[in-house]
Each structure stands twice: as structure tokens, then as C-alpha cells.
Design a protein around this ligand. Structure first.
Ligand SMILES: NC(=O)c1ccc[n+]([C@@H]2O[C@H](COP(=O)([O-])OP(=O)(O)OC[C@H]3O[C@@H](n4cnc5c(N)ncnc54)[C@H](OP(=O)(O)O)[C@@H]3O)[C@@H](O)[C@H]2O)c1
Length: 362
């Protein structure tokens, strides 16, 4: 009998948990979940915490949870547990990654590039049919890509230039390992995700999202920078439902950009804040950044300090907006062949924006 199971890594993460929920609703079985932990009980405990955090509830039946650590040799799995893990698996969705922009380059590379290579090796040995790599549009930052034409859904084999964050470098290196294993016969597809916005159904927020971080800081200090900045983004539950469509599809193209135009405009969030009775005064970037630093120094608020830590990762704090692929557009023809509604314009309602802002402000 053909395998029908799906294994999801990073299963207690913002994206991984939403994906697990959709796969369960679609009746995928068996379903296995890799969670960073030392024991099975510990892994279940972490999954439960994530369910509370993201307001989701998974069925226990048919779900197997396996502890691992992607940064360790063989992901911390014994030979026996590796064999068991991949038994009955048709598709592995690799969503696990260190998504902390302030983590060290060594940690990002070890977890994101090293962890992916190890899983690819295991998938090849176990002869699973398909490996879906959850990547990011962030891999396109700092590469020589034209702003005149949409970035095609093709492999990126270039070496990263200055401007690609350590996170982006680690995700690009992971993609490049996928192409190598693909060339050796493993069925791989690379799914470049956009920024993940709060769920459209529960409004659970992206825990590491820099847009959320900066928006929250702007709300706290009552001011925003005045800049026409936009970002390709999707609510996490919508993105998970699209990826689930790929899991169920008989064939998946090698690369897909999970984007639906137009990109989300920063200004629309400012308008939503005004409509909510939280008007933000607009000021030039330098002035706003100065105000943020002063407010952070005075209050020592962890939210403001995190925003400063993120913005100061770049040599110029302006670059997080302009260096982050925000000026690029992305072809999505491969995506539209599997998810036809991706061709329609993405509409985020005022209600959605206001509820997200309300969550961020409280
Ligand atoms: N968030 C975005 O806006 C965004 C945009 C584009 C692409 N992506 C990609 O989407 C995927 C999911 O991201 P996310 O936003 O859901 O981030 P997340 O909430 O941090 O989820 C990442 C998952 O990976 C796990 N992980 C990290 N290091 C690990 C390790 N050493 N061993 C085992 N598991 C480990 C995390 O476990 P712990 O809970 O133990 O840390 C968590 O379950 C990632 O591949 C990311 O690159 C995200």
C-alpha cells in the first residue's frame, strides 16, 4: 500500500501548528509532528502550550508527536527512531527553523541549513516521495535581482551579497541543499512564504514578526515613521491552507512564491489605527527612531527594546524596510496553477486590521 502519512517539523510553531490543524481537518493520516524537546511528554507539553497561545485545538487521535532538536547530529534522533519516524510517510513538510533574527549566525546556520541537510538525508534514505521545504521570500534580499521584473519561481543559486540577513543566508543555504538532493532524485519543492500576519480566524499574532514588533512600538509611542513601505504578507491560516493544498496535490512544482498581490501597505495600518481612535503622528524616520530610543530608555519596556534590537540589526535602521525585498515583486504562476484564488487581489478588511491592532496594543 502507498504511504499516505505527513510529517511536519516545527509543529508547535506559529505556521506549523496552523498547518497541522488544516491537515487534520482534511483527514490526513497518519500525521506526525516533530517538536523541539527531550522527551515525548515534553514534546506534548510544548504542543499544548502552542495550542493555547494560538487558540487552536488538535485532535489527539492519529497524531504522533516526536521530540527532536534540529541543531543536533541526526536531529537528536536515534537510528531506530529515525526509521520509525519516516515509516508510512509520503510527504515531509519542513517548517522548523530558528526564526529569531537576533540569534547568532552560527545558531541560524546550524539549525536552518544544517537541520535541513540532515532531514533531506533522512528523507532520501527512507525514500519518502516528497520533501516540502518551507522557505522565505527573505532569501531574495541581497541577491542581484531586478526590480523591473517579477522574481521568477526558479532556484536561486547565487551566493548571497551584503544585505542578506544571517536568517536569510541560512534559509538560502537550506534551499540550495534542497536543489542538490532534488538533482539526486528526491522529490523536493521549495515554498517561499511571505511575512505571516495574524490568523484571520483567531487573530493569534506572529510571535517573531518584525511588522508586529514595529507596529506595536509605533502604537506604544503614538507615532509612526512616514514612509511608503509595503510587504508581501498573508494571514497565517490562509497560508497554511494553501500549503495544505500542496500537500494534497499529486505533483508540486520545484519552487513556489506564496504571494497574492498587492503587497500590504504600512500606510493602511496607520489609517486603521486612526479609525480605531489611536491616531499616530507621522514623522521622518530619523526623528521617529530618536523618539523610539528615548521612550525605550525611559520605560525599559521589553516591547520597545525588542523593536530597537531588531531595527539596529541593520547598519542603518532604515534598511530593514528597503533591504527586505520590499521593492521586489514575485511571480506566482506556479502557485496559481495549484491555488487559483492566489491570482485574485489580497484584501484585508478594516475589521481585520483593527482587531490585529487592538491585540497588539493590549
Ligand atoms: N513568520 C514569518 O513571517 C515567516 C515568513 C516566511 C517564512 N517563514 C518560515 O516559516 C517557518 C515557520 O516559521 P514560524 O513563523 O512558524 O516560526 P516559529 O513560530 O518560531 O516556528 C518555528 C518552529 O521551528 C522550531 N525549531 C526552532 N529551532 C529548532 C530546533 N533546534 N529543533 C527543533 N525545532 C526547532 C521551533 O521550536 P521552538 O518552539 O522550540 O523554538 C518552532 O516550532 C520557518 O521555516 C520560517 O523560516 C516564516
Amino acid at each position: 500500500m502507498a504511504n499516505s502519512g505527513v510529517l511536519v517539523t516545527g509543529a508547535n510553531g506559529f505556521f506549523g501548528l496552523h498547518l497541522l490543524q488544516v491537515l487534520q481537518q482534511l483527514g490526513v493520516a497518519p500525521l506526525k509532528a516533530l517538536v523541539r524537546a527531550e522527551t515525548v511528554d515534553g514534546a506534548w507539553q510544548r504542543l499544548k502550550c502552542a495550542e493555547q497561545q494560538y487558540q487552536l485545538a488538535l485532535e489527539r487521535e492519529g497524531l504522533e508527536v516526536v521530540p527532536c532538536d534540529l541543531s543536533l547530529q541526526d536531529c537528536g534522533l536515534s537510528e531506530q527512531s529515525r526509521e520509525h519516524l519516516l515509516r508510512g510517510i509520503d510527504t515531509l513538510v519542513h517548517a522548523g527553523a530558528c526564526v529569531n533574527f537576533t540569534a547568532s549566525q552560527e545558531q541560524l546556520l546550524r539549525t536552518n541549513a544544517g537541520g535541513t541537510s540532515q532531514l533531506l538525508e533522512m528523507a532520501k534514505t527512507a525514500r519518502i516521495r516528497r520533501f516540502l521545504q518551507v522557505s522565505s521570500l527573505a532569501v531574495c534580499n541581497g541577491l542581484n535581482l531586478s526590480e523591473q521584473h517579477p522574481v521568477p519561481e526558479t532556484p536561486l543559486n547565487d551566493q548571497p551579497k551584503a544585505g542578506l540577513s544571517s536568517y536569510g543566508q541560512s534559509k538560502l543555504a537550506a534551499e540550495q541543499s534542497c536543489y542538490r538532493f532534488g538533482a539526486e532524485g528526491l522529490g523536493v519543492s521549495v515554498l517561499r512564504l511571505p511575512y505571516l500576519l495574524a490568523s484571520a480566524s483567531s487573530f493569534a499574532l506572529n510571535p517573531h514578526g518584525y511588522l508586529d514588533l514595529v507596529l506595536r512600538a509605533a502604537l506604544r509611542i503614538g507615532a509612526s515613521f512616514d514612509d511608503a513601505f509595503s510587504l508581501h504578507a498573508l494571514p497565517v491560516d490562509l497560508c497554511a491552507s494553501w500549503v495544505a493544498r500542496m500537500v494534497m496535490a499529486p505533483e508540486v512544482p520545484l519552487i513556489m512564491h506564496l504571494v497574492s498581490d498587492p503587497p500590504v501597505q504600512w500606510r493602511d495600518w496607520i489609517d486603521a489605527a486612526s479609525a480605531l481612535g489611536e491616531p499616530l503622528c507621522l514623522e521622518p524616520m530619523e526623528q521617529w527612531y530618536g523618539r523610539l530610543r528615548k521612550a525605550a530608555a525611559a520605560s525599559r519596556s521589553p516591547d520597545l527594546l525588542s523593536a530597537i534590537a531588531f531595527l539596529s540589526l541593520e547598519t542603518s535602521h532604515k534598511r530593514w524596510m528597503h533591504g527586505n525585498a520590499h521593492r521586489l515583486s514575485f511571480a506566482n504562476d506556479n502557485l496559481c496553477s495549484l491555488v487559483p484564488e492566489a491570482a485574485r487581489p489580497l484584501k484585508l478588511s478594516m475589521d481585520y486590521r483593527q482587531t490585529v491592532l487592538h491585540q497588539l496594543a493590549t
